[in-house]
Design a protein around this ligand. Structure first.
Ligand SMILES: [Zn+2]
Length: 511
């Protein structure tokens, strides 16, 4: 061979001298990772090679890029394609369409993403609520046989277009109006095509146990893997119920029903103000809600239910626990609590504010109503993966939940290093190979030759989330390098302009 050819770099990228944590849960070892094009071609002991670019990983941990299977990233991905909040915590793939709500049609959206890519890879679930709204509207009634057929066909077509499975938000409208049998019927179609079922369950407070039973039934009768998404127990009176929910999951698995869990590591949730409002009041959408709220009798009934919700479930008995992230009708409320707005502990008065703000178009809220004990117990469960339930915020805008900026770094810093709840290798497994296997992303989630080159390098001694409630717009710290499909997007802690993210397609995909 000619000397020139012999000296030509054999590798495009060489990540050298790091602690390799392969994503499968194996103990770390010192080694190198070699990349050609978009593919990992070498993972093993350190050696001297010629490479176009070398990323120094000495003293750092090298892992597969993380996969966030519960993302609301479509809210920001086109405005903020750098997705810096994700990249700075090692997330290289996001799966959108959770909680029963997804873009539609699936194929069209994935094509759109392919044309305007971001830093991260992007996949979709099909939302059951989206399908139901399309076919039945936001009505509280059963589907007719014709409607059910129509919905089945939409699921089938969406799986062919690349959805990873079916998501539900049985807590939300119109998911809340869906009988279990109807969910089973649609889940079956997704399952036949290799899909997974994920659910924001009907209830995550006093009726958590019942809700887990329903999810297990859907997995069992739908014959597909089922996942409790963002598993948590809301409301002080219900804390501790994760003992029972985890036992139910274990019992189901023992008899062959494939159940798993994902979780974000915080003691507060975030969702619409509508979470406080009874479902009957929300039927058929905002216009109908306002008509009902105009009737003194209906308004009084709404407020009664809201007071109970504030005392027992999402408010957990303290108006300070409900904090506004952003409100359509009043931008100045961001960061303030319902107690601040009410000016006292008068729950009746607070309920009136809730109805009034909902009339103005609603709010995004943060609900501090989860116990650390339940968070830790759920995290220790081996079948729990890490997922953010966050999105891609516009930096500095509103006061959103910190999970968008911090989830993965927080698990690595706070729960691995500081609290020693799980090991580093196990945490990485829950962020990479566990979600990849669960969603059948067969070419990502492990550091192995042949896998797509999504790689994260961070300092396990310093990695930490900086985003806080009330002051969320702060990137996580500790990540040095991030590579997506063989292209660096973060090097030595600096973001690069590359946008190598790809649309990724589920197991039923037919080109
Ligand atoms: Zn949710």
């Amino acid at each position: 061979m000619a000397p020139l050819a012999a000296q030509a770099p054999q590798y495009d990228i060489w990540i050298s001298g790091g602690r390799i944590v392969d994503g499968a849960g194996n103990p770390w070892y010192i080694g190198d990772v070699g990349i050609i094009g978009d593919t990992i071609v070498y993972v093993g002991p350190s050696k001297k090679v010629a490479a176009r670019q070398t990323l120094d990983a000495r003293g750092k941990t090298v892992t597969p890029g993380f996969i966030d299977t519960h993302s609301h990233g479509r809210r920001g991905i086109f405005e903020v394609p750098s997705a810096e909040n994700q990249i700075r915590q090692g997330v290289t793939t996001i799966i959108e369409g959770p909680d029963g709500s997804s873009p539609y049609p699936v194929g069209e959206y994935l094509t759109r993403f392919s044309k305007v890519p971001a830093t991260t890879n992007f996949g979709l679930m099909l939302g059951q609520g989206t399908v139901r709204e399309k076919v039945i509207g936001l009505k509280d009634r059963k589907a007719t046989p014709e409607e059910l057929d129509k919905m089945r066909e939409i699921v089938r077509q969406s799986m062919r277009e690349g959805a990873f499975g079916l998501s539900t938000g049985l807590f939300y409208v119109p998911g809340a109006f869906t009988p279990t049998d109807e969910v089973v019927a649609l889940a079956k179609v997704a399952g036949e095509m290799g899909g997974v079922y994920t659910s924001h369950m009907r209830d995550e407070a006093a009726k958590s146990v019942e809700s887990v039973k329903e999810l297990i039934r859907i997995g069992e009768e739908g014959h597909l893997p089922a996942q409790i998404t963002h598993h948590k127990i809301m409301g002080g009176k219900s804390w501790g119920q994760s003992v029972d929910t985890l036992r139910l999951v274990e019992e189901a698995r023992a008899r062959g029903v494939d159940i798993s869990i994902d979780q974000y590591p915080y003691t507060a949730s975030s969702t619409g103000l509508a979470a406080l409002v009874p479902k009957w009041a929300l039927e058929s959408g905002q216009k109908s809600f306002k008509e009902r709220a105009a009737s003194p009798e209906a308004r009084a009934r709404m407020k009664q239910d809201i007071v109970v919700n504030l005392k027992v479930d999402r408010g957990s008995g303290d108006l300070r626990n409900v904090v506004f992230a952003s409100c359509v009708g009043d931008r100045t409320l961001a960061g303030k609590s319902l107690r601040d707005l009410t000016g006292s502990d008068d729950f009746e008065k607070a309920a009136e504010h809730v109805v009034r703000l909902q009339e103005l178009g609603g709010c995004s809220c943060i609900y501090h109503a989860i116990s650390e004990e339940d968070v830790v117990r759920i995290m220790r469960y081996p079948g729990t993966m890490i997922a953010s339930d966050g999105g891609i915020p516009i930096f500095g805008e509103d006061v959103p939940h910190p999970r968008s900026y911090g989830t993965f770094a927080r698990v690595l810093g706070r729960y691995v290093r500081e609290k020693k709840v799980i090991t580093l290798e196990d945490a990485v497994r829950r962020m990479s190979s566990l979600p990849a296997g669960r969603f059948r992303i067969m070419d990502r989630g492990l550091l192995r030759p042949g896998m797509k080159a999504d790689v994260a390098v961070f300092d396990a001694n310093t990695v930490i989330d900086k985003s806080e409630f009330g002051n969320p717009h702060q990137y996580a710290e500790g990540f040095a390098h991030v590579v997506v499909n063989g292209t660096p997007v973060l090097v030595d802690g600096k973001m690069l302009p590359a946008r190598p993210g790809r649309a990724i397609y589920g197991p039923g995909y037919q080109k």
